[in-house]
Design a protein around this ligand. Structure first.
Ligand code: ADE
Length: 227
């Protein structure tokens, strides 16, 4: 079983439209869609925004639905200058920029018995690169940082770049990466840029959420054919 998750309904809808939904299951105050695409069994859900909601959905996907690979599609704010609205980025690693136990001598993002960075699955990243080559699509790879904050400040995004080396920012991937690391389930995350995470990012996010969600969804479905 392959799991596909998003944070928001706008991110999931363009994927749901293209798959054959067989059943809808309500679990833990959320809806999970059992579906098939390209003869593959998949389960899809959007978690709602934020790390806690994302962790709940990722855990349910694994524990209740037996997901063996978890793929995430959605939008992100750009940190790197070369990322423009609508561009795609694949996470090589994810982290949580809002974890702060520095008073105890730990680095930003670190929790004892856990780690700062969670690796994304290299086989799935290779498939994404192959699909991008085949379709002639530019696909950037980089670290994606998550926190329970919509970042709309140049100062904040530069801090996240400096401390974590992140190329893009959003609000769920670090939590899903933590869940999949704990359960040893391969994780892949694709995001299309919706804003530049600077002053005015909220306006851009509202303007480009739908369009960028479709860009990410379309690529993920192409990838799914190769998995
Ligand atoms: N998702 C998309 N844009 C974002 C931003 N600027 N901050 C956090 N999450 C985002």
């Amino acid at each position: 079983m392959i799991g596909i998750m998003c944070a928001m309904v706008e991110e999931l809808e363009p994927i749901l439209e293209q798959v054959e939904v067989k059943d809808k299951i309500h679990h833990g105050n959320n809806t999970y869609y059992l579906a098939s695409f390209d003869n593959k069994d998949i389960v899809l859900a959007y978690s709602k925004i934020g790390k806690v909601n994302a962790a709940i959905t990722a855990t349910a996907m694994i524990e209740k639905f037996g997901v063996e690979k978890l793929l995430f599609s959605g939008v992100a704010g750009a940190i790197d200058e070369d990322l423009k609205i609508g561009d795609l980025i694949v996470a090589t690693e994810v982290c949580q920029h809002d974890i702060d136990l520095t008073v105890f001598g730990y680095k930003h993002g670190f929790i004892p018995e856990s780690q700062i960075f969670f690796d994304c699955d290299s086989n799935l990243i290779n498939i994404a690169e192959h699909v991008a080559d085949k379709l002639g699509i530019k696909l950037k790879k980089g670290i994606i940082a998550s926190g329970d904050q919509f970042v709309h400040s140049k100062e904040k995004k530069e801090w996240i770049k400096e401390v974590f080396g992140a190329s893009a920012i959003e609000m769920e991937g670090g939590a899903v990466g933590c869940v999949t690391w704990n359960y040893q389930v391969p994780f892949f995350m694709l995001r299309a840029i919706s804003d530049t995470a600077e002053e005015g990012a909220g306006v851009d996010f509202d303007a480009f959420l739908e369009e960028s969600s479709k860009v990410s969804a379309k690529f993920l479905l192409e990838m799914l054919k190769e998995i």
